[in-house]
Design a protein around this ligand. Sequence first.
Ligand code: F6P
Length: 281
Amino acid sequence: MNEIFEAIKKASVEIQKIIDVGDTGKSENENSTGDTQLKLDIASDIVIEKIFATIPSIKAIVSEEQEAIVPLNEDGEYLIAYDPLDGSSLVDVNLSVGSIYGIYKNDFTAQNIIAAVYVVFGPRVEMVVAADNCVKMYKLFNNSFEYIQDITLNEKGTITATGSTQMCWPDHHRILVNKMFKDGYYLRYSGGMVPDLHQILLKGGGLFSYPGTTDKPKGKLRQLFEVFPFALTYEFAGGAASDGSKRALDVETTHIHDTTPCFFGSKDEINKVLEVYKENV
Ligand code: F6P
């Protein structure tokens, strides 16, 4: 799998340049979830696909920005689902964004995810690799990524980040969030999944949630490109991830662009989600 990690490093150096100088405007296309694609999304997607196409061990890829799976090498061993530039609409206000990669074997299902990588493009560029039961962070120095530290979550954290608008939250979600504020949690939400989840991982713990809402009962975040890679990362870091009633990595996928409600955190916070949801749904 090392060649895949090296390919992601190479793509990230290119994507950083695109973020630095690229046009932040909209393109004329929509992705399969109906979001208008930004020119930055398309440019990043092209960079990744080009680099992955040179790696013999990759059997097929699927991008959040494309409708269908792209076959690469019949004899390849790995399948990769990726979101080239998550949160790209935050680039024009100079907030952090990120790329997310899920590495699967056999098929694109939660049971078959074996590794995950995300890259945060912020004041610094950092790459986090979840593989072999541990989570390692690297930082970009002069076009090359250097190992910084392993990441592990505490049993309980201090911050909470929750998506959508309160107008669309179901009551049980409102109860959960209010309880966390009463318990002293700090609100930390930028609107970019990658930096928001990265912050929780590096600050030792807390909760990121994107619930099922009245306008999006199955949540907003996509299983293959966003939820499963972070679920694996949180589990390998000693935390947990859920869909509100069961482990996120037990969620079934029927279509590559399926979404699911999702919760990532330290064990204590995920237990709190399960308790409050069970008592109030
Ligand atoms: O999937 C795109 C995304 O921008 C995520 O990075 C982020 O967590 C989420 O959407 C924010 O959604 P909302 O604006 O509804 O809170």
